[in-house]
Write a new protein. Structure first.
Length: 120
């Protein structure tokens, strides 16, 4: 898959994920928020709870599931970025739930989405 095709798949996956979240009553606060050391895919609220959601989209799950790409190092990076976002918005004492939305989107098929709450 080319870099462009990979980026397009990622963008489509993030749109599907935000549609899923809003369809379940969540409010999107930010998409693709860039901090000093990376990017948070989706920041949302579910009632009074803040959600940081990592979106992983793959064409197939032949070797590993999409969520397997979020290892301990990636989870630490996401937590650090979330704290940076909280600090920048004056929300230092806010609790955060970390979710993963894993999408398998075959080239000729319907995407399969799994929302894993409290993933890490």
């Amino acid at each position: 898959m080319t870099t462009t095709a990979t980026a397009e798949l990622g963008t489509a996956g993030e749109q599907l994920a935000t549609d899923h979240l809003t369809g379940h009553g969540m409010v999107i606060l930010a998409r693709n928020w860039r901090g000093r050391n990376g990017e948070l895919d989706v920041i949302a609220t579910d009632g009074d709870q803040l959600i940081v959601c990592e979106v992983k989209t793959r064409r197939a799950a032949t070797v590993a599931l999409p969520e397997d790409a979020v290892d301990d190092a990636k989870a630490r990076r996401i937590r650090t970025l979330a704290q940076e976002w909280l600090d920048s918005h004056g929300l230092n004492a806010c609790a955060v739930r970390y979710d993963i939305i894993a999408i398998i989107w075959p080239p000729d098929g319907t995407p399969q989405l799994r929302h894993i709450e409290e993933a890490f």
